[in-house]
Design a binder for this molecule. Structure first.
Ligand SMILES: [Zn+2]
Length: 234
């Protein structure tokens, strides 16, 4: 094989690995964001339940106050009832007391319902908090893994870039710029094998003349279809 081609192939290998690392690196912040979103969602579901709980507690306190005012009214009415001499007034006050007592019973029933709701919510919050703690732990582990991965990628990137620079310095300038242009435009490979007279870059058969030139290996030959530089695979 042409010695320039051998160098180009090594250069291409490093360049492909560098590109792969860059692609992997772009996913790291996305993965981090995704994990942060999971963490936020988990915290939000606990907070939503706690908010519900606060609402239930507030409603319960309001009911307690309502019961309190009615209890006070009843004791005030009972004093009035005790002091009256008139029978019809005594009875009217009695009805009013009864009305307040009925209201208190209803309020107490509602309070019981709210207490049941609070118990249920308490259990739900407990379960959700447990789940959130597990999520937090798992996410923090994944975050650490991501940071480690990012560090590994970064040091690998530095090594490859250094190697790439050293290799590129040894290659003829014109050939290198031809390679760079091809690599940039094709996105995958600038130098590809010719297998059974077929370019493995574009999968087209080259002309017999081109195939012969590639096999002779005396010059840099391009695929007449896609422009990639060819080397003889057999
Ligand atoms: Zn081709």
């Amino acid at each position: 094989m042409h010695s320039d081609l051998e160098q180009l192939l090594v250069l291409q290998d490093r360049q492909q690995r560098i590109k792969q690392i860059q692609t992997e690196n772009t996913t790291v912040p996305l993965q981090q964001k995704n994990l942060e979103a999971q963490l936020a969602a988990s915290a939000a579901s606990v907070e939503a339940l706690k908010q519900k709980m606060r609402q239930v507690e507030m409603n319960r306190k309001k009911l307690e106050l309502d019961v309190g005012t009615r209890t006070e009214s009843i004791s005030r009415l009972k004093t009035q009832q005790y002091q009256t001499r008139k029978n019809d007034e005594f009875q009217a006050i009695g009805h009013e007391i009864e009305r307040y007592e009925n209201e208190i019973r209803k309020l107490e029933d509602e309070e019981l319902e709210l207490m049941e709701q609070a118990d249920k919510l308490k259990a739900e919050i407990g379960a959700e908090e447990k789940k959130a703690a597990a999520t937090k732990e798992s996410i923090s582990r994944q975050m650490t893994d991501l940071q480690d991965k990012s560090k590994t990628l970064e040091s690998r990137f530095q090594e490859l870039t250094k190697e790439h620079t050293e290799l590129a310095a040894k290659i003829d300038e014109d050939l290198l710029s031809r390679f760079d242009r091809l690599f940039a435009s094709k996105g995958d490979a600038a130098v590809v094998a010719l297998e059974h007279d077929v370019c493995t870059g574009c999968h087209m058969k080259v002309t017999p003349a081109t195939a012969m030139q590639v096999k002779a290996g005396r010059e840099i030959v391009s695929c007449e279809n896609c422009g990639r530089i060819l080397y003889n695979a057999s």
